[in-house]
Design a binder for this molecule. Sequence first.
Ligand SMILES: Nc1ncnc2c1ncn2[C@@H]1O[C@H](COP(=O)(O)OP(=O)(O)OP(=O)(O)O)[C@@H](O)[C@H]1O
Ligand SMILES: [Mg+2]
Length: 419
Amino acid sequence: MTSTDSADPLSQPPHPNPSPNGRGASQRRRGEGLRIALLYNLAQNAPALGGDAPADALDELDTQKNVEAYAAALRAAGHTVFPMEGDVSLAAKLRRLHVDVAFNTCEGYVGDSREAQVPALLEMLGIPYTAAAVLGLSLTLDKAMTKRVLAYHGLPTPRFQEFFTANDPLDPTLRFPLFIKPNREGTGKGITGKSIVNSQAELRDYVGYLLKHYRQSVLVEEYIDGRDLTCGLVGNLATVALNAPIPVEALRSKDGMGVDYAGVHFFPISEVDYTVYEPGTEPVYSNRLKVELADRYRGLCPAPLAEDVAAEIRRLTLETFRRTQSVDLCRVDFRLDRQSGPHAQPQILEINSLPGLTPISALTLCAEAEGWTHADLIVAVMNAAIGRHHLSPKANGKAAVRATRAAQAAPGPVVETSF
Ligand SMILES: Nc1ncnc2c1ncn2[C@@H]1O[C@H](COP(=O)(O)OP(=O)(O)OP(=O)(O)O)[C@@H](O)[C@H]1O
Ligand SMILES: [Mg+2]
C-alpha cells in the first residue's frame, strides 16, 4: 500500500498560491513558519516481504502515531506541515506542495543505500532537508565502510572482517569471542544471543543464516565485553571548528548533563541497564531487548562515568559525526571494555546519522534526561537544518531558544556552517 496526499489523514491541502521558483518562501508572511514536508516510511506501507524474510524485517520502520508526534511538534513551533510517505510518488507530491524544506525520517525499504534514496530525490528537486545527505547516509548505513573511515582517522572501533560468503577465510589475527551482525541494519536486527560466537563452526553457522535472510554482507567483529553507552547530539559545527582539533577539555560537563561546543549540543550520555532483565537474557542490546522488551528498558542517564571518559566519548562522537559527513543530529553507540577498569578506551560500534526520533527512542530519552521534551528535540533538529541551509528561522519553540543560547555559549567566533 502507498499513501498519497489525499489519502493521508495527516496531510493538509496543497498551498493555494505556489511561488514561481517552486518554493513557498516568497509566500511566507512575516512571523509565519516554514512549509515543511514531513517524510516518513511506515511499516504498514512496506513492500511485501519475501518468504525467507526474518521476523524483525520491519522493526526499523515507523508508525502513524510517531509521525503525528513529529507533526505536532513542528506545528506547535509555527510551521505548516505536510506529512507524506517517502515512496515512489514523492516527487510528484512535492512538486505540487512547494515546500521550503523537508524533515526527513525515511529509513528506506530496499537497497544497499536505502536511507539515501529520499535525500537523492530531494536534491534533484532542489529541496533542502534535515540530517545527513546522500554520501553520509550511504556510508553510515554500511557499518564496515564506516569502520574503515574511522580507522583511517585513528578512531577506536573493534577489529573486524566483512563476510560475503559463509566460507570466507577468517582473518587469523581476529580473536574469539567474535560478534556477528548484519552489515546494514539497525534496531538490533539480526542481533541475538547467537551473535556471540566462540568457534569457527558457530561463526559460519550464524554468518550463513544472516547472509541468507538479510541478503547483505555480514560484519564479524571482536566482541567487547562491556558497558553499552550511547551519546547523541544536535546542531552543526561552526565553520571555524569544522576541521580543527577538538579539545577534549572543552567537552567536560560540570554536572554530567549536556555540553555545548561550537554550535553542537551533546545530550547526557546514556547506559543500558541490564539489571532489569531476567538472568540468562543475552548480554547485548539485541533486537529482542529493543523491540519485544522495549517496555522493560531502563537507561542510566547520565551514565555513571568518570568525567574524563565521558568527555572522551563526546570527542569521539563529534569526530565520528564530522568524519562521516553527518549533520544536524546523530547518536553514536559505544562499548566500554569491562576488563580495562574505569579508564577503559571507549570503542565506537556505529553511528546513527538518522537515529530514531520516536517519543521512546534512545535520543529522545537522553534529551528528556536534561529536561527537554520530545517536541523540543524535533524542533531542535529542524532548527539545525534551518540554520545550515540559511532558511529564515521562524521556529518559536523552547529548543530554538536553547539552540541560540548554545551558539552564543560556544567558544570562539561562531558562524553558520556554509554547506
Ligand atoms: N563488537 C561488539 N562487541 C560487543 N557487543 C556488540 C558489538 N557490536 C554490537 N554489540 C551489541 O549489539 C548492540 C547493537 O549493536 P549496533 O548498535 O551495531 O546495532 P544496530 O542494530 O545498528 O543498533 P541501533 O538500534 O542503534 O540502530 C550494541 O549495543 C551491543 O550491545
Ligand atoms: Mg546501535
